[in-house]
Ligand binder design. Structure first.
Ligand code: NDP
Ligand code: 8X3
Length: 253
């Protein structure tokens, strides 16, 4: 019988990561769920372990040592990662470049860029040794175009776009698939984080049109990871129908 594939998902406690965990569990993938909020990790594990094998890792992707220790602690069916979903990330603030906060900039570059690299460095060498693996990087439309006040968040997602291309080039000879899914507006906790808990401001981002749901992205991730080996979804952009670009969103569609 074919071994169940093991998937490590960063940012599994909310939004796109959580929806992906729920969908992949239904399809029998073995899951390593990562995040910082232990209570949410415990709840998700409890919810999904009746249908598949689940373990959780609590680390901050900015904590180099913590990332490596956590990945090294995996054992049994969880120790060989077949699929890595680099999803953890957020925007912090929405300010013009002269008014942006240094702490926000540090957070976005440290989490969205360096954190993604640390997790990849902890997981990818075992894929190279086995000459098998699949990496999905969650980028953004913000990694394809820059919007007003998006400056550093967009820079972080442009970096993800470059890293996705670089990983594909470097890992191609090892038979490892690498691809990015780049969503437009998805209603998650993303804007709550961006606006530091101002739910009024956050809610307005998704008003007057139908945004994507995290489940829409989860379905695309599931599609990507279930293609036959010779098919690699290298770079995919997905927006709500109401959205034409980062700045053009047709309200009341
Ligand atoms: P959420 O805020 O709902 O989820 C973010 C996830 O990332 C949480 O599980 C959070 O877990 C985790 N995370 C954040 N910071 C850290 C950290 N320092 N260390 C470890 N984990 C962390 O947002 P989304 O689901 O929307 O975002 C997921 C990804 O999708 C991000 O990369 C985002 O940039 C991208 N994206 C989102 C879009 C949107 O419109 N929502 C559109 C395009 C891309 P915890 O707090 O428990 O650590
Ligand atoms: C998230 C999409 O447009 O809010 O990456 O930056 S956007």
């Amino acid at each position: 019988m074919e071994k169940k594939k093991t998937v490590l998902i960063t940012g599994a406690t909310s939004g796109i990561g959580k929806a992906t965990a729920e969908l992949l569990a239904k399809h029998g993938f073995c899951l390593v769920l990562c995040g910082r909020r232990q209570k949410r990790l415990d709840e998700l594990q409890q919810q999904l372990e009746s249908i598949t094998q689940v373990c959780t890792l609590n680390f901050d992707v900015r904590d180099k040592e913590g990332v490596f220790k956590s990945v090294e602690s995996l054992s049994g069916p969880f120790s060989e990662i077949d699929i890595l979903i680099n999803n953890a990330g957020n925007a912090h603030g929405l300010d013009t470049i002269d008014q942006g906060s240094l702490d926000d900039w540090d957070a976005m570059l440290d989490i969205n860029v360096k954190g993604l690299l640390y997790v990849s460095k902890a997981v990818v060498p075992q894929m190279v040794t086995r000459k098998s693996g699949h990496i999905i990087n969650i980028g953004s439309t913000a990694g394809k175009e820059v919007y007003p006040k998006g400056n550093v968040y967009c820079a972080s997602k442009h970096a993800v776009d470059a890293i996705n291309q670089g990983m594909r080039l470097d890992l191609n000879t090892h038979g490892i698939r690498v691809g990015a899914i780049n969503p437009g507006l998805v209603e998650t906790e993303f804007s709550d984080i961006r606006f530091k808990g101002d739910s009024n401001k956050a809610g307005k981002v998704y008003q007057g049109y139908q945004p994507l749901k995290p489940e829409d992205i989860a379905e695309i991730i599931h599609f990507a990871v279930t293609r036959p080996y010779h098919v690699n979804i290298a770079d995919l952009v997905v927006m709500p129908t109401a959205q034409a670009s980062s700045t053009i969103v047709k309200k009341e569609l």
